[in-house]
Design a protein around this ligand. Structure first.
Ligand SMILES: [Zn+2]
Length: 300
């Protein structure tokens, strides 16, 4: 027999129970409306893309507003990528992407690998017999970073964003520039295309891929040299903004005729040789551009 004693006075009546239930139901509805609004605001991730001024070469930092970081190429050794990352307190990279294996893109990668925490290293899978490639390969093995080879059609998650791989479909041993990983990224309505050092044959392949190539921001291929940025490609891409990375002391890069072609295609053109480090910010609806030198556009 139970020995517990119940006090009828302490039991809530039905009205009180209903009142409590109604209160909690209302609170739950209000909370879910608040949460929905918060999620609604946060599903629009923004992005900052920085073309780091490292003279001749490429080094591009992507930072999402949620805090994810991706570095695409790192210029020649000691060219300034690591200095920029240190000055901007970037200590961790979610993605480290190497478009292809020329020294003006991979030379600075070993020092980045040794200094920063890197989650995933992404490459085109080509093996070339140069000192700087072997140095990179050795550093990758020493640091034990996860390596991934990508191909056309692969999708690389970057926080809530996705980097679409548009080249290469396979890494051919006899070419380097045309094995460049080409990346397409859409942030809300704002479209980016990063072309590594591809040349005209890959531009033609992209035109024939039946993709919608139109973008707002184009990272111009191959330091705005004249082996890329064909009129047909620019006509398909129709960039509103074209940014390239180059120096003033590497003959042929940038090429003034190429700059003209970019302008004829309707692009506003910015280059690190004139503008210094170039930073593009987008909230997915619109975008803004700031330059290290404060100069708005190229004078020529
Ligand atoms: Zn290059």
């Amino acid at each position: 027999m139970s020995t517990s004693i119940r006090n009828p006075e302490s039991q809530p009546d039905h009205f009180t129970v209903r009142l409590i239930l109604t209160f909690f139901s209302l609170a739950a509805i209000l909370l879910s409306i608040f949460a929905w609004n918060t999620i609604g605001q946060s599903t629009q991730p923004g992005l900052e893309m920085v073309l780091i001024n490292i003279n001749h070469g490429d080094s591009i930092l992507l930072r999402s507003t949620k805090g994810e970081t991706a570095l695409i190429d790192a210029g020649y050794p000691d060219a300034g990528t690591l200095k920029y990352l240190n000055e901007h307190t970037v200590k961790h990279l979610d993605l480290l992407i190497v478009t292809h294996h020329d020294e003006d893109h991979i030379g600075g990668i070993p020092e980045v690998l040794r200094a920063l925490e890197v989650d995933t290293y992404i490459e085109n899978g080509q093996v070339i017999d140069t000192d700087y490639f072997h140095e990179l390969d050795k550093t990758l093995q020493e640091t034990g970073v996860r390596r991934k080879t990508v191909r056309t059609g692969d999708r690389i998650p970057f926080g809530e964003l996705t980097l679409e791989v548009w080249n290469p479909s396979r890494a051919r041993p006899d070419v380097v520039n045309n094995n460049s990983i080409v990346l397409f990224l859409q942030v809300g309505k704002v479209r980016f295309l990063l072309t590594g050092d591809i040349e005209t044959p890959i531009e033609e392949r992209l035109i024939n891929s039946n993709r919608d190539l139109r973008v707002d921001i184009l990272k111009v291929a191959h330091h705005a040299g004249n082996t890329s940025s064909s009129p047909a490609f620019l006509e398909a891409v129709k960039p509103k903004i074209a940014v390239y990375s180059a120096s003033n002391n590497f003959p042929g890069f940038p090429n003034e005729d190429t700059i003209d072609l970019l302008r004829i295609a309707g692009a506003k053109v910015y280059g690190t040789n004139f503008n210094g480090t170039i930073t593009i910010n987008t909230d997915g609806k619109t975008y803004s551009i700031s330059t290290e030198t404060g100069q708005p556009l190229l004078p020529y």
